[in-house]
Design a protein around this ligand. Structure first.
Ligand code: 5GP
Length: 184
């Protein structure tokens, strides 16, 4: 590497402040919708770590629990195929619970629709989805995403949990990459 992460970023799409302010709005909606009901936040590793940390802390809701799953998608390159393997399963039993899946980004929606189907078989009382980012292709798949932070264009983005070859996850903002990072 040698250079700083910031010099690899072409454009900042969302600043730290924009993300924080939108997450506060989403948290207020979630607080209202889940008033009087326990909610289990389910995060998908690793991308959702930042959203989970910030969204959960913005909630006022008194009864929030959290659990994590890791999945790997068999796809060619960066496209996901919808064929998913569970690498780390949830610890929690979902029976009778109100589950809110917390996602970083929904692109084709294939991973998410597989996940919802899988979790539904475990007898939760409800399943909803909150995602920080949504790309245009997500509209083609029938996945009902209740809470969406930002609709973004069809560009590859990094930062705020999202990686390129495992790098850039720790950036507090969301950006696009300079071509030289891809070897261009
Ligand atoms: P899909 O919705 O296509 O099944 O896949 C979603 C997954 O693809 C995300 O969890 C993320 O890992 C990856 N992904 C999709 N778009 C982007 C992007 O713009 N940047 C990064 N870093 N990952 C992406």
């Amino acid at each position: 590497m040698g250079s700083t992460a910031a010099s690899d970023i072409k454009e900042i799409l969302l600043t730290e402040a924009q993300i924080a302010s939108r997450l506060a709005e989403m948290a207020a909606e979630i607080d209202r919708d889940y008033a009087g009901r326990d909610v289990l936040l389910v995060g998908v590793l690793k991308g959702a770590v930042m959203v989970m940390a910030d969204l959960s802390r913005a909630l006022q809701h008194p009864k929030v629990t959290m659990d994590w799953m890791a999945v790997s998608s068999y796809g060619s390159g960066t496209r996901s195929s919808g064929v998913v393997k569970i690498v780390k399963d949830l610890d929690a039993d979902l029976a009778g619970k109100h589950v809110l899946i917390v996602e970083d980004i929904v692109d084709s929606g294939l991973t998410l629709s597989w996940l919802i189907k899988n979790l539904r078989t475990r007898g939760p009382r409800s399943i909803e989805v909150a995602t920080m980012l949504r790309k245009p292709d997500a509209a083609k798949v029938e996945v009902d995403v209740k809470y969406v932070g930002f609709d973004i264009p069809n560009e590859f983005v990094v930062g705020y949990g999202l990686d390129y070859a495992e790098q850039f996850r720790s950036l507090p903002y969301l950006g696009t990459l300079q071509p030289h990072v891809y070897g261009g």
